[in-house]
Design a protein around this ligand. Structure first.
Ligand SMILES: [Zn+2]
Length: 80
């Protein structure tokens, strides 16, 4: 089973559809029981979608990556 810390660690890969399917399923199982992580994943997904709609580039740009890491860092700090 993945826990909250694991979800945050894998989040950027998860929203980027870059995780193995088995790991995605584990995360989705966790999200069903964890509103905090669900909110976190939603906000990151939204950030990425907004960017992708404004850009046709495939690569995640540096500024989004930095914002993402900031979100993840904050989530981790709140968790402690
Ligand atoms: Zn969680």
């Amino acid at each position: 089973m993945v826990d909250c810390a694991e979800v945050f660690r894998l989040l950027s890969d998860y929203v980027d559809d870059d995780l193995r399917r088995a790991v995605c399923l584990e995360i989705e199982k966790h999200l069903e029981n964890c509103p905090d992580c669900t909110l976190q994943v939603d906000s990151v997904k939204k950030t990425i979608r907004v960017y992708r709609e404004a850009s046709s580039r495939e690569e995640m740009p540096v500024d989004i990556m930095i914002r993402l890491q900031d979100v993840l860092k904050r989530a981790r700090t709140e968790d402690e």
